[in-house]
Every structure is written in C-alpha cells, then in structure tokens.
Design a binder for this molecule. Structure first.
Ligand SMILES: [Zn+2]
Length: 267
C-alpha cells in the first residue's frame, strides 16, 4: 500500500454501505481520483465538510488494491457561496459533472501537465462563480476552455471543413467538423450542425481568450446566449457518451420564477 498526499476538488460523492462515502476529486498531480471516506456520513465524522461537493482540500490517501482510502483531509475552502445560491449551485454541479465525464480516472502514468491546467481552470472557475453576476457566461467559458485543454479546441478562425476564410456570409457550428463552418459546408453538414450569428461567433472567440473575471462583462442578449449554448452543447455532446444528469437540474432552476434565486430559502 502506498500513501500519497495531494490537493483536490470534490467533483462527485456517492454513498457506500451504511456510513461511508465514495468521493471523486480532481487533483493537479493525480488527475481524477476515486477514494473512500470511511464513516463520512456519521454526524461527528472528521470527513463531513471535506466530502462535500466542490470542497478544495489537501487529501492524504492510501492507495489500496481496489479502492483508495482517504486517511486525512484538511479543507482549504468549500466555496460556501456556491451552496447558498441555487443558480450557482446548479452551474457548478454541471461543470463538475462535465469534467468528471470528460476525463478518465488518473493512474500512476501521470499526465501532470494537462492535469495542472485543468485543476487551475476548475479553481478559477469556482472562485469566479462564487462572485459572479453572470454564471451562465462563466460556465460557457469553462466549457470552451476545458474542451481546448482536453484537445477539442473548436476551430473558430476558418471553416473547419473546407478551410476557407470566413468572409462575412452565413456561418454555422458543426460538432462533427469540430468548429465553425462556412455557409456552403453548413448546408452539407451533419445533423448536429447549428446556424450561428456573427455576434455569437465573436462572443465564442472572446470566451476562449478572456479570463473569467472579464467574461462577466461581456454583454450578450438572450438570443445570442441561446445560440452559444446550443453550439457548445453540440460540441460537448459529440464527445460525451452519456447525457449529463445535472442538465435537467440546471434547466429546472433556470425555468423557475426569478431564475431559481427565490427558491433557495430552506423550509
Ligand atoms: Zn467550408
């Protein structure tokens, strides 16, 4: 059995047996890790706060034959504001599930370069989301930046099918081609291709370039937001082999009166 220490952010928790919890967290050095926190569901457990969603903590882990075991945890932050606002909670849960779905469990092979970039992206996103007035655009930025780090950076500068420069005519997003396509290629594109306005294309480019704190200042109307959401959904779903459960929660929260903000008060 080997013992290792790593920081991580909790992406998922699942109950195990009577009182245990399986925690999936993302580490800058180990990638995605799944480990058991023994007794974590007992009220006085030392693991209660450290096994909550989005907890950023230092973990001491025993790697066992089958599942790893968490031996000690020290929480750095639990991003409390994400748990106090239903809209932010829904977006953060979606981002965590997306990351969980898009990366394989880390092993000892170590792909640390990519992992550190992903970890850094996740920390900055959760931090920005805590203060955000525009959680939706921040999350779109998280989607496009995450797919870029993972090697699926959408082609935005020229047609992803024929390579032609975008000349100002009609343009679309074709998930199969991996980015923007010209009007001609859009007509011949796959069933998942969606039409995009010039405004939406400009915002997509900014989402890829800008830091999270500047993303919140991008003004985009509801129509443009819907276009960007459709394009990114198509881009990500093309790479995912399952539908993300958190999307339903997110849709329900967004459809609620006041965008879900009034529903946070506990009974
Ligand atoms: Zn083309």
């Amino acid at each position: 059995m080997a013992l290792y220490r790593t920081e991580g952010i909790v992406l998922k928790t699942r109950n195990l047996g009577e009182a245990d919890r399986i925690v999936t967290f993302y580490s800058p050095t180990k990638g995605k890790v799944r480990a058991v926190a023994r007794g974590a569901r007992r009220p006085r457990s030392r693991f209660v706060s450290s096994t909550q969603m989005f907890a950023h903590a230092d973990f001491l882990v025993f790697s066992g034959k089958s599942l790893d075991n968490i031996s000690q945890v020290e929480v750095k932050t639990s991003f409390p504001r994400l748990h106090e606002d239903l809209v932010k909670l829904a977006f953060a849960s979606y981002a965590a599930e997306l990351l969980d779905a898009m990366v394989e469990e880390g092993g000892e092979s170590g792909e640390s370069a990519g992992n550190e970039a992903i970890f850094g992206l996740l920390v900055s996103y959760l931090r920005a989301l805590s203060d955000a007035r525009d959680p939706e655009m921040l999350t779109r930025a998280f989607e496009i930046k995450l797919s870029s780090i993972l090697g699926y950076r959408p082609v935005l500068d020229s047609c992803a099918r024929c390579g032609a420069a975008h000349s100002g005519g009609e343009v679309g997003f074709d998930p199969e081609a991996g980015g923007l396509v010209c009007g001609g290629c859009l007509g011949r594109g796959g069933p998942g291709a969606v039409r995009l306005s010039r405004g939406a294309v400009e915002i997509l480019k900014r989402l890829l370039q800008l830091d999270f704190d500047r993303v919140s200042r991008l003004g985009a109307g509801p129509g443009t937001r819907a276009e960007i959401e459709r394009a990114m959904r198509a881009h990500l779903d093309f790479r995912l082999d399952r539908k993300l459960q958190s999307l339903e929660f997110l849709a329900a929260v967004k459809a609620a009166p006041g965008g879900g903000r009034k529903a946070v008060t506990p009974e």
